[in-house]
Design a protein around this ligand. Structure first.
Ligand SMILES: [Zn+2]
Length: 323
């Protein structure tokens, strides 16, 4: 099954682009807006193929020569640009302008996909705007962005926006199951942490660090509530030593406490389940609620780049007082 139906859970976006293809009313620039890992890139690939497909209907056919070239990543009229390092540089946009003004090699449209398009320096964005203002007839720009609000309004107004929503958790679960990635309980956890992003859920399953972090979060909460200062210190140290993602560590703590809270309130447990070690803590629902607030405060401070060790120390002390 090819075409836009290969992009899971984004029928709305697929329908907009399909109807543009059928009516022949193709915009000069599209903005694919939505979180990471929900199908923006895949949709851009399908759309780029469809724009250059030689078939008369049901484009992309994925069989003709242009489709084959595009699938192999060597169609001369489809260009895919990523930021050089942390941002798009002015030199990249200049290079792009030269490409745009060169003639179309063999396709019908020159398609230029800009990944992470919000990561453009002001100079590069201004230069890009000029190209978007006077695009050569056959060029189609596709800007991908998970942060479109940071793009200059002048660029936004040149683009037809196509929104990509977070995916349904059930859909993500099903894909992980079909791909036989990991154990069922790990998949549940990955889905609950992925925030509707299939890409992120797959990453979590492949890079097992997420499960290490969850275990550390369980041990950290236990150590705090058990007033085990040394254990707590060791966990804090290991986060730094193993270069683990502190933001994700906090997220784990929130999820764990939330699940225990829901359990105490008789609302069943969250998707990832309550680990036995935390199930046995003597805290009542109210104290768990307070513990959640302590961690939430921590998340806020962590976003403001507070010193991690100090922050975990403060959280540790505050949690210990609840026990
Ligand atoms: Zn084709």
């Amino acid at each position: 099954m090819g075409g836009f139906s290969a992009v899971l859970g984004q029928t709305g976006a697929g329908a907009i682009l399909q109807s543009a293809l059928e009516s022949g009313r193709i915009a000069h620039a599209y903005l694919f807006a939505g979180p990471r890992g929900v199908g923006k890139g895949l949709t851009a690939e399908v759309f780029a193929r469809a724009l250059n497909c030689a078939a008369h209907e049901d484009r992309p056919c994925d069989r003709c020569l242009p489709c084959q070239k595009a699938l192999n990543g060597n169609h001369p009229d489809i260009l895919w640009l990523k930021p050089a390092g942390s941002s798009f540089k002015i030199e990249q946009v200049r290079e792009l302008q030269r490409t745009v003004h060169a003639k179309v090699y063999e396709g019908r449209h020159k398609v230029i996909v800009l990944e992470d398009s919000h990561k453009a320096t002001t100079q590069a964005a201004n230069s890009l705007l000029k190209t978007l203002e006077e695009p050569p007839g056959s060029t189609v720009f596709i800007l991908l962005s998970e942060n479109p609000q940071t793009l200059p309004p002048t660029i936004l107004s040149r683009c037809q926006r196509v929104n990509f929503a977070p995916l349904d958790n059930r859909l993500i679960s099903e894909v992980l199951r079909q791909r036989q990635l990991g154990r069922a309980e790990d998949r549940e956890l990955a889905v609950s942490l992925a925030g509707g992003s299939l890409g992120r859920a797959i990453e979590y399953m492949q890079d097992q660090k997420v499960f290490v972090l969850r275990q550390r979060a369980i041990e950290f909460i236990q150590a705090c509530l058990g007033k085990n200062y040394y254990r707590r210190y060791k966990i804090t140290e290991s986060l730094e030593k193993d270069k683990l993602d502190v933001a994700l560590f906090f997220e784990h703590m929130l999820l764990l406490l939330r699940d225990v809270y829901l359990g105490r309130n008789g609302q069943g447990q969250g998707r990832a389940g309550i680990p036995e070690a935390l199930e046995q803590t003597g805290l009542d629902a109210e104290s768990i609620g307070l513990a959640l607030q302590v961690v939430l405060d921590g998340v806020e401070l962590q976003r403001k780049q507070a010193n991690t060790k100090l922050l975990l120390d403060v959280i540790g002390c505050r949690l210990a007082r609840l026990a």
